[in-house]
Design a protein around this ligand. Structure first.
Ligand code: MN
Length: 241
């Protein structure tokens, strides 16, 4: 039996029973495993250690999490800026840059897409409701996360279209109050909500990065299109090995 590709996922650090503990969410582990990969945790936030971790990874999954600190895209925080952790940001920025340099494929979810965009020179809306002129839909849904609540338009001809298809009826879940503003130079738009909020980007000239603003890890269990994102990720990783 051949060795499964190893997917690194940066862990969240949180207080559990009064002790700081590491955790990665089971739904994204299960999604990677169901698609044929195996997961390792990247459980520290020291940017200097990331070169060591990336050597262990065939692929990198960037999960959801707190807001990106505005200083990493050259802004001061507005009152609506949420929780952030500069050390987590620095570590993940380092991971993205190393992954691109070493051609380690990336699958980025929600905050993962945001930090990846910032790492490659893009910018963010700190708060879409107060910073965009256009009327904004509900992007911080109150419905269960395994249910899609708003639609996306997938860019024709994009790799994302090849993965999840197109059409008028692709519903995604939504749990973000920030969004990509300027897309990083090496990325291109793949999905947009009805209010113009950017919901997906990918690398222009390669299949190195697929990023979505929603949380397919909570939908793949019942939605073939969301499962296809995980299958595509492991496929890309195997191709690059
Ligand atoms: Mn959304």
């Amino acid at each position: 039996m051949s060795k499964r590709p190893i997917i690194g996922i940066p862990a969240e650090i949180r207080l559990i029973k009064d002790v700081q503990q590491n955790s990665i969410n089971q739904p994204e582990i299960a999604g990677v495993v169901a698609a044929g990969g195996a997961v390792i945790s990247i459980p520290t936030r020291e940017p200097d250690l990331m070169a060591t971790y990336i050597e262990l990874c065939d692929g990198l999954l960037l999960p959801g999490g707190p807001d990106v600190a505005p200083k990493f895209y050259g802004e001061e925080p507005i009152p609506q800026q949420g929780d952030s952790d500069a050390l987590l940001d620095e570590s993940e920025i380092k991971l993205v840059q190393l992954a691109v340099e070493k051609q380690v494929p990336i699958f980025a979810l929600c905050r993962g897409m945001q930090i990846m965009n910032v790492a490659l020179g893009g910018t963010m809306y700190q708060d879409i409701e107060s910073q965009r002129d256009k009327k904004t839909l509900q992007h911080y849904q109150k419905a269960p996360m395994d249910q899609g609540t708003h639609r996306i338009a997938v860019t024709p001809g994009s790799r994302l279209e090849k993965i999840i298809g197109g059409g008028d009826d692709i519903y995604v879940n939504s749990h973000h109050h920030q969004a990509v503003k300027a897309i990083a130079p090496q990325l291109q738009l793949t999905a947009i909500a009805r209010d113009g909020v950017i919901e997906g980007v990918e690398t222009k000239d390669s299949d190195l990065i697929t990023a979505v603003q929603w949380h397919p890890e909570f939908m793949w269990q019942n939605d073939e299109r969301m499962r296809a994102l995980f299958t595509d990720f492991i496929g890309r990783v195997e191709k690059h090995q």
